[in-house]
Design a binder for this molecule. Structure first.
Ligand code: HEM
Length: 474
């Protein structure tokens, strides 16, 4: 065993650019940390499928290849499933969430709780009425926005409002009014931007806290608001007839390793924030991409319509293979992000003939896996049929256990625990939108809509989808 360890120490680190060159790539005017996917793509083309960048005391490793991603996320046996220590910003808003906790007992507890309580199929079924309400509210605002069918609608804000209300209900068990929802939405957005937009805090916390004192004070106020808004809702008495929500499960949870203590208010607020931030924009973006594809592919839209119109209602999504294929094809072509969350390495390891040292931070360029011509035929084409029998995606296992053909939700122990809910929401809302309306390009005679992605860390459509909707009459 010792031999193995010393052998690993002898291996070289993966190739990669010097730190300064890497940093310089972000300093090009107009670029920011959101351009990481674009920058990594260029570096992989130059240095190969595994690269490393040494930054002060930490080695960052990136892989961009099906086999290497599989050996890290699936075959790694937990060695690559830690998280790097949280930044000061994370500690502020996200102390001890599922996504930020290190690989251990607490993480297992909160992750299992989300999985078995909030996201269990029984629980998801209990929220079918809430889904219908969200759907009906969306139909109403689409009708109002299309001015009786003459004007094009902008899809994203409506999907966001609808999904946000639904997810807040699943998380906190409340049906908030429009104003309270808007306020909470704004707060979540601010927290998300604070988390995503300030990596500089992660590297030199003491200095940045001083230099950016004003901003730091603002973050403290935002955190205070997060507690003020969420804690009373989490602790509120809920209706006896309402299905149990995520907050209910958090109130019941006990940390066995710490003398069976209950969760603190801060922990519960952080976990609810994570639930809401994790579940809304990711799914909205996926649905917007899919609707845009369906505007550009009327034949596929017609096939979805054929399936959904045969059903009285969509509360049960069984027996709709084409709709499911459309959602998978959306996930293949338009995964939410270029990379997954950073994974921490527990002990020295070998990946692809290189040394990945203990304490390194490893990540996977997942966005390109689904577009690899070596794995997918006509990889850049929207062809949902590939997920039907006989197609190159028909044997897809989204958890990637056997092989990682695509990994929009990551894979392995840290795989997105919300993947089934996200898929169900995409199927339900896309199916409902097609059942209720026909979707056409914004101007009569126009060929299709622009599918250019925004060059940012979250892969969204650069130009928000606008489409004309025609109510189905039959
Ligand atoms: C289309 C929608 C979604 C996409 C594309 C997506 C994608 C991802 C990805 C790529 C990761 C990182 C995995 C890793 O680090 O290895 C992740 C983690 C996570 N996601 Fe999602 N997600 C979606 C929806 C959701 C939903 C609906 C929820 C909750 C209800 C959720 C909760 C989480 C949590 C808690 C983690 C952290 C897991 C951990 O560290 O153990 N996500 N997601």
């Amino acid at each position: 065993k010792n031999n193995g360890a010393s052998e690993k120490k002898k291996l070289p680190l993966p190739p990669g650019p010097p730190l300064l060159l890497f940093i310089a790539k972000f300093l090009v005017p107009g670029r920011n940390v959101g351009h990481i996917g674009h920058i990594l793509r260029g570096l992989h083309a130059r240095y190969g499928p595994i690269i490393s960048i040494s930054m002060v005391k930490i080695t960052f490793v990136f892989v961009a290849d099906h086999g290497l991603a599989h050996s890290v996320l699936i075959k790694g046996g937990g060695n690559f499933d830690d998280r790097p220590p949280p930044s000061v910003i994370m500690e502020l808003f996200f102390p001890q969430t599922i996504g930020t906790s290190s690989y251990g007992a607490y993480w297992r507890l909160v992750r299992r709780n989300m999985h078995s309580q909030a996201l269990h199929p029984t629980r998801i079924r209990q929220f079918s009425e809430a889904r219908q309400r969200a759907r009906d509210a969306m139909f109403a605002s689409l009708r109002a926005d299309s001015e009786g069918g003459s004007a094009a609608v902008t899809v994203r804000p409506m999907l966001t409002r609808c999904l946000f209300a639904l997810i807040v209900e699943m998380a906190l068990g409340v049906r908030l009014g429009q104003e309270a929802l808007e306020e909470m939405r704004e707060m979540m957005l601010e927290i998300f931007l604070a988390l995503a937009g300030f990596p500089v805090f992660a590297i030199f916390p003491a200095i940045t806290r001083r230099v950016l004192r004003k901003r730091w004070t603002w973050y403290l106020a935002l955190r205070e608001k997060q507690q003020r808004v969420l804690v009373p809702l989490i602790r509120a008495q809920r209706g006896a007839d309402d299905p149990p929500c995520y907050a209910d499960s958090l109130l019941e949870l006990r940390v066995a390793e710490e003398g069976g203590r209950p969760l603190t208010d801060e922990e519960m607020a952080a976990l609810c924030t994570e639930f809401i931030i994790g579940a809304v924009d990711t799914s909205v973006s996926l649905m917007e991409w899919i609707m845009a594809e369906l505007v550009n592919h009327p034949d596929a839209q017609a096939k979805v319509y054929e399936e959904v119109s045969a059903k009285a209602d969509l509360s049960d999504l069984k027996g709709m293979p084409f709709l499911k294929a459309v959602v998978l094809e959306g996930l293949r072509l338009h995964p939410g992000s270029h990379i997954i969350l950073p994974h921490g390495v527990k002990s020295d390891a070998e990946v692809g003939g290189y040394r990945v040292p203990k304490g390194a931070v490893i990540n996977v360029l997942i966005a390109d896996l689904g577009r690899d011509e070596k794995v997918w035929s006509e990889a850049s084409e929207f062809r949902p049929e590939r997920f039907l029998e006989g197609g190159d995606g028909s044997d897809l296992d989204i958890t990637g256990t056997r092989e990682l053909k695509m990994a929009p939700f990551g894979a392995g122990r840290r795989m997105c625990p919300g993947h089934m809910l996200a898929t169900l929401h995409a199927e339900y809302f896309v199916g409902s939108l097609v059942k209720e309306f026909q979707w056409l390009p914004p101007e009569p005679g126009q060929d299709g809509v622009d599918m250019t992605p925004e060059l940012a860390s979250v892969i969204v459509l650069k130009n928000r989808l606008r489409a004309r909707i025609v109510p189905r009459t039959t």
